[in-house]
Design a protein around this ligand. Structure first.
Ligand code: PMP
Length: 434
């Protein structure tokens, strides 16, 4: 049955007069899947509620942060209590060190860190720091990986850039992007050749250790180890962008899961429990190149914001206290959902490839394996769009792009598995891929 989106449609019309595309972040506009984006009024646990009173089972979790579900009571209380003491000081608080200690406990490769307000800032500054530390200019990234919207990182980027089919971005001078080298993910030969072509010139390699922004793509066995060995051999830093995977694929992120020791790590999303917060950190000798100790500049009016720190502390405390219960449960629930739908697709004759690491996954509408962005881009995006709409009408909200990861929270359980499989069975019966 078509959704009643009368109120949302009105709100979208109003927003379009005020905000380009009616949104503050492009993928929210539903351009890739079509139809009207529902306007949210509130959310609780695994469910979102819109302005027309529709309820949706949430599989994007604010694009990753909401691992404990929406309005998780300890997080709500922490924010409320912090707010009564004022929303911001622009001066140091003990809470910054409290959260920093929790982060270091989870991610031992981090000696020192700095809090910022977005993943974009974290990645942009980690790269500046790598360049400042090594005295080199070139940066290697991978096709389909997204490291925020700083100029140099929009080359062959994933997420909304891939969704909208934009090759890069207008407004980025060639001169700004000329030191960014984009290579295919999961291809060690390509990176070996890049190091040989530019000896002593590559400052760092930045990578999503499990790609989320081209849809979910796990690293091939030995790939991350290979990146670690090659960067070390050539005097370049290895930056793991764990904005999405941090505290998600395990408490210690992908670096714990795959046992990789990066020089620098970027974190975001879960670290702020849904408030604007991110961080970058790593070897203390590198981090001490940052101002005011060193010559690499970075600053932020709202960095280390007390509400964000409170939400982050409450979130990490919960994940740390219940680590051995939470991560195995997320694994089981997500496996049932991801592989359950995969099986239904096979029975329905729909070409579907399921990639999953822990509680992040993607259903690619293709029969082929997906190991890099080129593979992902072979997906049938119109079949995905059809599936997305059919699922939304059945009350299940998947990320509105083939090139995004879906996320499961601790609030998803057996009831949510059943709802999803039932919705998928009906939706897939109406999808054709060939
Ligand atoms: N890196 C990765 C891996 C991301 O997934 C994102 C956001 N989806 C970013 C960086 C940028 O973070 P933000 O949107 O907070 O700027």
């Amino acid at each position: 049955m078509p959704l009643n989106l009368t109120e949302s449609r009105k709100l979208q019309h109003r927003a379009e007069q005020l905000l380009p595309g009616g949104v503050d972040s492009p993928v929210r506009a539903f351009r890739a899947v079509g139809g009207d984006p529902p306007f949210i009024t509130h959310a609780e646990g695994a469910y979102l509620y819109d302005a027309d009173g529709n309820r949706y089972l949430d599989y994007f979790g604010s694009w990753g942060p909401m691992i404990l579900g929406h309005a998780f009571p300890p997080v709500v209380q922490a924010i409320q209590q912090a707010a009564t003491r004022s929303a911001s000081f622009g001066a140091s608080t003990a809470a910054e060190s409290d959260l920093a200690e929790l982060v270091r406990r989870c991610v031992p490769s981090i000696g020192k860190l700095r809090f910022v307000s977005s993943g974009t800032e974290a990645c942009m500054t980690a790269i500046r720091l790598a360049r400042g530390f090594t005295g080199r200019k070139f940066v290697i990234k991978f096709e389909g990986c997204y490291h925020g919207h700083s100029d140099a990182m929009l080359v062959k980027a994933g997420s909304g850039v891939a969704t909208l089919g934009i090759p890069g971005s207008a407004g980025v001078p060639e001169e700004t992007a000329m030191h960014t080298i984009a290579l295919p993910f999961n291809d060690l030969e390509a990176i070996r050749a890049a190091f040989v072509a530019r000896p002593q010139e590559i400052a760092c390699v930045i990578v999503e250790p499990v790609v989320g922004n081209a849809g979910t793509i796990p690293p091939n066995p030995g790939y991350l180890e290979g990146l670690r060995a090659l960067t070390r051999e050539h005097g370049a830093l290895l930056i793991l962008d764990e904005v999405m995977t941090g505290f998600r694929v395990s408490l210690g992120g992908a670096q714990q899961l795959y046992n990789i020791q990066p020089d620098l790590t970027t974190l975001g999303k879960i670290i702020g429990g849904g408030l604007p917060c991110a961080a970058f950190g790593g070897r203390a000798d590198i981090m001490d190149h940052l101002a005011p100790v060193g010559p690499v500049y970075q600053a932020g009016t709202l960095s280390g914001n007390p509400l964000a720190m409170a939400a982050g502390i409450a979130t990490l405390n919960e994940l740390i206290a219940r680590e051995h219960e939470i991560y195995p449960a997320l694994e089981r629930t997500t496996a049932s959902i991801a592989e359950g739908v995969s099986k239904i697709a096979r029975e329905s004759g729909v070409d579907l490839t399921t990639n999953r690491v822990g509680s992040m996954f993607t259903w690619f509408f293709t029969a082929q394996t997906v190991t890099n962005y080129t593979d992902a881009a072979k997906s049938n995006t119109s079949a995905f769009g059809h599936f997305h709409r059919a699922m939304l009408e059945a009350g299940v909200w998947l990320p509105p792009s083939q090139y995004e990861a879906a996320f499961v929270s601790t609030a998803h359980g057996q009831r949510e598995i059943d709802i999803t499989l039932e919705a998928a069975r009906k939706a897939l019966a109406t999808v054709t891929t060939n």
